[in-house]
Design a protein around this ligand. Structure first.
Ligand SMILES: Cc1cc2nc3c(=O)[nH]c(=O)nc-3n(C[C@H](O)[C@H](O)[C@H](O)COP(=O)(O)O)c2cc1C
Length: 335
């Protein structure tokens, strides 16, 4: 209830922001099917692009019955994101309904969003992160657990969710990482989450603008094929262990470590790594590209088909209901 009423959505699901994947079409499909669609603002880097997308999404939102679905943006609040201030201003001007912040301090986003009543959920991977975000006044957390696609946290959902729930009982708590089925969603809710943020499952959607090779990769690779690499963005990131990922490698070498730890070079080196990684990923999502550097989480294990977002949401919600019924039927065995 907490997530659905806070975001004005029908089902407690966020289609997670995914760099180079989530676009306007996917976001609208998510909204039309009762959930929250989100995207990183960095997916719209050309002049005027983000503003136009926000206008279209606001028009779309105005046509939906209240409480049916919504959209939100993901801002990378880091000094190394050159578009951060510009994008924040454009989002505030457009009165974006909610924000997901990642990496840096969310303070400025929270003040700007709260000035017109928008909610802010902060990506966190541990209690320390969460304390900082809570101090800054966030409305809740996206608890990024082990196995997530992209920048995954080190802790499993079964530890991180109850720990955050106990420490911050009043905050909205959304589980992210490794969830691709209604059964897994049910387990997140049992642990104390108010909803789930799901990324990897939506890559294999008909609406996703990525190559068929990438979508088929999500179906054909399994959990043991997911590896963490530091060499893409400087922060550990889960990708499929394709030959291109093996060639890229997983750990920074001594020189890269030196540059990323030195106070004078840290910021510039991070920027360089991020721009280089962005370029590599940009190539890899295009059709017929040999690079095959694909971001995804361990839930590739549970993805068996490419489906429309409508069907993905229908499956998630019907499996969620079935899981609760099954749990209720188990109860008698324990009385
Ligand atoms: C392809 C891809 C790109 C991602 N890009 C971003 C991003 O730009 N910003 C962000 O905060 N999280 C990003 N993530 C993480 C997701 O928002 C979300 O936390 C994660 O997908 C949840 O785990 P799951 O993939 O196991 O469902 C990305 C994930 C994937 C799979």
């Amino acid at each position: 209830m907490k997530l659905t009423s806070a975001l004005a959505i029908r089902y407690p699901i966020i289609m997670a922001p995914m760099f180079l994947v989530s676009n306007e079409k996917m976001t609208k499909a998510a909204m039309d099917n009762g959930i929250a669609g989100t995207f990183p603002t960095l997916n719209f880097r050309k002049e005027g692009e983000l503003k136009a997308v926000l206008e279209n999404l606001n028009q779309h939102l105005a046509q939906l019955p209240p409480g049916q679905g919504t959209y939100g943006v993901n801002l990378i609040v880091q000094k190394t994101n050159p578009l951060y201030s510009k994008h924040l201003k454009e989002c505030v001007d457009a009165k974006v309904p909610f924000y997901i912040t990642s990496l840096g301090s969310p303070k400025e986003v929270i003040a700007a969003a709260h000035s017109y009543g928008a909610k802010v959920l902060c990506d966190v991977t541990n209690i320390q992160h969460a304390e900082k975000a809570a101090k800054a006044g966030c409305d809740g957390f996206i608890a990024v657990c082990a196995g997530a696609g992209g920048h995954a946290g080190p802790y499993p959902m079964h530890i991180l969710i109850p720990a955050l729930q106990k420490a911050f009982p009043d905050k909205i708590l959304v589980a992210a990482g490794g969830i691709a089925t209604g059964q897994q969603m049910a387990s997140a809710l049992v642990l104390g989450a108010h909803g789930a943020s799901i990324g990897t499952r939506f890559i294999a959607s008909t609406e996703a603008p990525v190559s068929e090779e990438y979508k088929n990769g999500i179906l054909n690779y399994g959990m043991e094929d997911i590896v963490l690499t530091e060499r893409l963005s400087g922060t550990p990131c889960n990708v499929i262990n394709t030959p291109a990922a093996k060639k890229l490698g997983y750990k920074q070498n001594w020189f890269e470590k030196l540059l990323s730890n030195n106070q004078r070079t840290r910021k510039y080196f991070k920027m360089l790594v991020q721009v280089r990684g962005m370029k590599k990923l940009e190539q890899a999502v295009k059709p017929n590209n040999y690079q095959q550097l694909w971001t995804a989480g361990q839930s590739v294990e549970m993805v068996y088909e490419i489906s429309s977002i409508k069907d993905i949401v229908a499956h998630l919600t019907s499996d969620l209901k079935t899981s609760f019924k099954e749990m209720a039927s188990l109860q008698k065995d324990y009385e």
